[in-house]
Design a protein around this ligand. Structure first.
Ligand SMILES: *Cc1c(COP(=O)(O)O)cnc(C)c1O
Length: 403
């Protein structure tokens, strides 16, 4: 049974959406108007504590002051110029990312996670001999909605009715090295994998799995690409999730929180791969535009000056202290998983009613894979906000009566 969702929005806005917006999203009947830090307000004046700000894009909370200021300054100076020109701001952004990723890393800029993965897919094929085109990806992974990225996404529900898919992708179970090895043949070009699956339910790569992929890639001359669109840019307490595992990829894709809530994407590649994306083979008109670059730089500077990488670890500990005991205490809670502020609580029952109950009590959270409560809170969350939100969530879980 689904409970009726309480509406909190102006009827005029509801009518605009009903009449003029493609209904491809399941939207709550709430219209958000303003955000500040960990809080967001709807157009009826309701206030919400946001543990899922911007679907993981707002890692610094809503409207982080330094990003706001950098964009305001940049927007009045130069909004957009194409990549037929150089801009100092794009070059400086690339340097800051490279220095935090791996030695010699070079950046290609785009505007979203799917676009970053499309670039990676092309680069994997361009960098390897023409006979090598197959890319192995992993069950439960998520790489975006464009045709290449969605084909790379090994989840049948995202493929229904849109075929034929892009040729040359093969799927292996996440964590199963023997299955990967069995798929490798003379046509294999590389791997695309999330070190921590996000949409797949906050699942960390099992011990030794990424190193095993690295070894297979090195042995067979394949390209190892990590999709860090959700886990990257400081969320896990390191700049990039791969740094937890001590395994360096050849290619890494970024988006979501890359620009502190402004749209932006990037692919970082080892310098020896960079020339393979040769002039004329790939482009993004808005990629690396001055607004995204200024926001991206301000995001990195904020994280470092406030010491937010360290804060990610503190927040993980606090969330763990509050939520992990629930697995013992509540019959519906099955497992707690976390890395920094990437947090999953797996339930034995659908999570949608919990999301609904929390929203009615002023807390925004998410549920993925039907039963995993997912939190992607901002690094700027205070202890007080953390406890206030956990109180609501735990209460909602306790009062839940499975239908
Ligand atoms: C969100 C996401 C994407 C897709 O990003 P878009 O910006 O929506 O295209 C790709 N990979 C991962 C891991 C993601 O979480």
């Amino acid at each position: 049974m689904t409970t009726a969702v309480q509406s909190s929005m102006s009827p005029a806005t509801a009518a605009l959406f009903a009449d003029y917006v493609v209904p491809n999203y399941t939207r709550y009947p709430v219209s958000l108007e303003r955000g500040e830090g960990s809080w967001v307000w709807d157009d009826q004046g309701q206030k919400y504590l946001d543990f899922f700000p911007g679907w993981g894009c707002n890692l610094l909370g809503h409207c982080p002051p330094r990003v706001v200021e950098a964009v305001q300054k940049q927007v009045a100076t130069l909004i957009h110029v194409p990549n037929t020109w150089h801009t100092e701001v794009q070059g400086r952004w690339a340097k800051l990312l490279s220095e935090r990723a791996f030695p010699g890393a070079k950046a290609f800029f785009c505007n979203s996670g799917a676009e970053a993965n499309e670039a990676a897919i092309k680069l994997i094929r361009l960098h390897t001999p023409e006979s090598r085109y197959k890319i192995i990806t992993f069950t439960g992974g998520f790489h975006g909605r464009t045709m290449g990225a969605v084909t790379a996404t090994a989840q049948p529900k995202y493929h229904e009715g849109i075929g034929p898919l892009v040729a040359g992708f093969e799927y292996a179970p996440f964590g199963d090295l023997a299955a990967v090895e069995a798929l490798i043949d003379d046509h294999t070009a590389g791997f695309l994998v999330e070190p921590i699956q996000g949409e797949g339910g906050v699942r960390l790569a099992p011990e030794g799995f990424l190193q095993g992929l690295r070894d297979l890639a090195d042995r067979h001359g394949l390209v190892l690409a990590f999709d860090e669109v959700q886990a990257g840019c400081g969320r896990t307490g390191h700049w990039f999730a791969f740094q937890h595992f001590g395994v360096t990829p050849d290619v890494m894709t970024l988006a979501k929180s890359l620009c502190g809530g402004v749209a932006g994407g990037a692919m970082l590649v080892k310098s020896e791969l960079a020339p393979s994306l040769r002039p004329g083979m790939h482009a993004a008109t808005f990629g690396g535009n001055p607004l995204a670059a200024a926001a991206g730089i301000a995001t990195i500077e904020t994280i470092e000056e406030v010491g937010l990488l360290q804060r990610a670890g503190e927040l993980e500990t606090l969330f763990r202290e509050r939520l992990e005991p629930q697995v013992e205490e509540l019959p519906i809670a099955a497992e707690f998983r976390a890395c920094g502020v990437m947090i999953g609580l797996e339930l034995l029952t659908p999570g949608a009613p919990i999301v609904q109950a929390c929203m009615e009590r002023g807390l925004l959270i998410n549920c993925t894979q039907n039963t995993v409560i997912r939190l992607l809170p901002p690094l700027t969350l205070t202890d007080e906000e953390l406890h206030a939100g956990c109180d609501i969530l735990i209460d909602a879980l306790r009062n839940h009566t499975p239908s």
